[in-house]
Design a binder for this molecule. Structure first.
Ligand SMILES: N[C@@H](CCC(=O)N[C@@H](CS)C(=O)NCC(=O)O)C(=O)O
Length: 223
């Protein structure tokens, strides 16, 4: 990394309830930064109070994370991961096939798998007492299983989706982890092992510890 590169800043929450700890999406960006040994700063926002109106110019959906490096600002974890991948082959391989496979799998994680996992999460955590929920969840579960089976079959005996470890794995492992309150991923032994492989990486462990540490002080409650 060139000396002159500014320290990246990412937004995160200063507190979230237990069910969200370890799955807030800034974890993906922290993990990527840890993989390449890049120090960063966090700008902590309240999850419970309205974010400042001005934040929408940085993250138009009023969500975390948003990312800045010097004057460059961006949002969406997929875009942030790609941006970091462009800077370091440890995140995005140079070989054309591996590189484009990683990009394809990054999109798959966020576009073909995450929406189906998120439906289950939303039903379980936000609508668990609604009468309509059980049949809706059952239908969503079928679709989610289909997607996980496809990922498991495509992964096969490989350690990582695109060959070498990449941003695709950061996205996919963190998407799979959103289902941690269920036994759905456990139905797919290859995915279970894959997820464990990702989460055993020291960079993941450091990223997780940093996210959890940021919940301890909750400055937005201090005033
Ligand atoms: N597609 C976005 C999703 C970001 C997102 O859902 N962020 C959540 C935290 S994990 C959030 O800020 N939720 C608060 C809200 O939506 O008000 C990304 O990948 O960056």
């Amino acid at each position: 990394m060139p000396e002159a590169m500014p320290r990246p800043v990412l937004t995160a929450f200063d507190w979230v309830p237990d069910f969200a700890r370890g799955v807030v999406r800034d974890l993906r960006v922290r993990w990527a930064l840890e993989e390449i040994g890049r120090p960063y700063a966090t700008e902590l926002l309240s999850a419970r109070d309205p974010r400042p109106e001005s934040y929408l110019a940085w993250q138009p959906f009023d969500q975390v994370p948003a990312f800045a490096e010097g004057d460059l600002k961006l949002f969406e974890t997929g875009a942030i991961l790609l941006y970091l991948g462009e800077q370091d082959e440890r995140l995005l391989p140079a070989d054309a096939q591996a590189r484009w496979s990683a990009i394809a799998w990054l999109f798959s994680a966020l576009n073909s798998v995450e929406p189906f996992a998120t439906r289950i999460v939303v039903y379980d955590l936000l609508h668990k007492d609604e009468d309509w929920m059980p049949p809706a969840r059952e239908a969503a579960l079928g679709l989610c299983r289909q997607k996980l089976k496809r990922v498991s079959d495509a992964l096969g005996e490989r350690d990582w989706l695109a060959g070498p470890f990449s941003i695709a794995d950061i996205a996919m492992v963190t998407v799979l982890n959103t289902l941690r309150h269920t036994r759905i991923v456990a139905e797919y032994p290859k995915l279970t092992a894959y997820k464990a492989r990702g989460e055993e990486r020291p960079a993941y462990q450091r990223a997780l510890a940093a996210q959890l540490a940021d919940f301890e002080n909750e400055p937005s409650r201090a005033a």
